[in-house]
Design a protein around this ligand. Structure first.
Ligand SMILES: NC(=O)N[C@@H](CC(=O)O)C(=O)O
Ligand SMILES: [Zn+2]
Ligand SMILES: [Zn+2]
Length: 427
């Protein structure tokens, strides 16, 4: 099976140039200006920008156990529509992939129904209960991408150190949801201006930062790659910056919503603004942007966390934490950060491709001969309003409804196959 993409544009060090890409058996075989190649299928990119397929190392697919919210099939369709060709699935499912057997079952399901590449996380502790470490060796053998108890923090330093030592010996990363249970304060949003205004309990910034401060020291002691999920506060950014300066192997991700929103954007009782960590202050938002620009924060991940409309209708205090992100990440970031001059298009693409891959030593995220043919065609000028009714995700829980964005994916190719095309009927 071969594919020839004509009339594409490529972003290079020296600006944009025209490109043709010849793909054979899922691999980029040749790139150039006028390739003299016969292909089974020819695609006219019609001047669209061709970028490496996006990589999202933090998403929730909900299967097994949460199929009302999302499945591997619907979540990876949403990923394809958003231009993502590699995603890493969090293990807070029921059951949790906390044994070789469970992870093997999950892998089978991914192979059957995943539309794009799915890297499964395994949990750090059995059932994510924080009491007993999982079988790291067996889970690595079964294909675990890294270890995390996302959804909850690892409460005990001794448990975290033991996990890091084991992970380090296997050359695997510990990926952390940083939240100290004794500091949550039964909050449903950030402890600050908005919580005071509404008179409701808030989650203080230190609830996150205190875990990061502890964990960078543990990572140093264990010589382990430690990755911070969804970083959200200025104190957290400062702590990661300092740890990096000291040579500690720490990386961090930030979500589009923490870059684009702060607590002041929360409207009424709308639980589509409720996520964990919560939207923080304007100063925190600014610190996250600065952290991304100076390399303290390595890449962007959506934390795509679908919930049903019924659950989200329960109101701010009762609804579950989490918002969807796969189908809106690029248009939002392109419109709000690139068009407004905060970052360049090249930087944005890197934060969604090569940067996450470099952080975790993955061989994806670049367009070069010999690489997997994972790519996205971007229609940078096309403008459209965000409308959850057209999402392929089962989750409609977004705070960005009605935002007018440019920069929509027009076609996504994963491992040499068209996995999503604008205007075509979803199959
Ligand atoms: N981010 C969220 O608000 N929710 C996530 C859990 C998590 O990422 O911690 C979920 O699983 O719904
Ligand atoms: Zn989390
Ligand atoms: Zn998450």
């Amino acid at each position: 099976m071969s594919l020839l993409i004509k009339n594409g544009r490529l972003l290079t060090e020296t600006g944009e140039k025209e490109v043709e890409i010849f793909i054979e058996d899922g691999i980029i075989s040749e790139m150039g200006t006028s390739l003299d190649r016969q292909a089974d299928e020819v695609i006219d990119a019609d001047g669209k920008l061709i970028a490496p397929g996006f990589v999202d190392l933090h998403i929730h697919l909900r299967e097994p156990g949460g199929e009302k919210k999302e499945t591997i099939a619907t979540g990876t369709m949403a990923a394809a529509k958003g231009g993502f060709t590699t995603v890493a699935a969090m293990p807070n499912t029921r059951p949790v992939p906390d044994s070789k057997e469970q992870l093997e079952k999950l892998q089978m399901k991914i192979n059957e129904t995943g539309r794009v590449r799915v890297l499964p996380y395994a949990s750090i502790t059995v059932r994510e209960l924080g009491k007993e470490l999982t079988d790291f060796e067996g889970l690595k053998e079964a294909g675990a991408f890294a270890f995390t108890d996302d959804g909850v923090g690892i409460q005990e330093a001794g448990m975290m150190l033991a996990a890091m030592k084991k992970a380090s010996a296997l050359d695997m990363a510990i990926v952390a949801h940083c939240e100290d249970n004794t500091l949550i304060n039964k909050g449903s949003l950030h402890e600050g201006k908005k919580s005071a205004e509404l008179g409701v309990n808030g989650i203080p910034s230190v609830c996150e930062a205190v875990h990061i401060a502890r964990d960078v020291l543990l990572a140093e002691a264990a010589d382990c790659h430690y990755h911070v999920c969804h970083i959200s506060t200025k104190e957290s950014v400062r702590t990661v910056r300092e740890a990096k300066r000291n040579g500690i192997k720490v990386t961090a991700e930030v979500t589009p919503h923490h870059l684009l929103l702060n607590e002041e954007d929360i409207t009424g009782n709308d639980a589509n603004f409720k996520m964990n960590p919560p939207l923080r202050s304007r100063e925190d938002q600014q610190a996250l942007i600065e952290g991304l620009l100076d390399g303290t924060i390595d890449f962007i991940a959506t934390d795509h966390a679908p919930h049903t409309s019924e659950e989200k209708a329960e109101g701010f205090e009762l609804a579950p934490f989490g918002i969807v992100g796969l189908e809106t990440a690029f248009p939002l970031l392109y419109t709000k950060m690139v068009s407004e001059g905060t970052i360049t298009l090249k930087q944005l693409i890197e934060f969604l491709t090569i940067k996450p891959c470099e952080a975790f030593g993955l061989p994806y995220g670049k367009l070069v001969p010999g690489a997997a043919a994972d790519l996205v065609l971007l229609d940078l000028d096309h403008e459209e309003e965000i409308d959850p009714a057209v999402f392929l995700s089962k989750g409609k829980n977004t705070p960005f409804t009605g935002w007018s964005c440019k920069g929509w994916p027009a076609m996504t190719i994963a491992a040499g196959k068209i996995v999503w095309e604008k205007g075509s009927v979803a199959v």
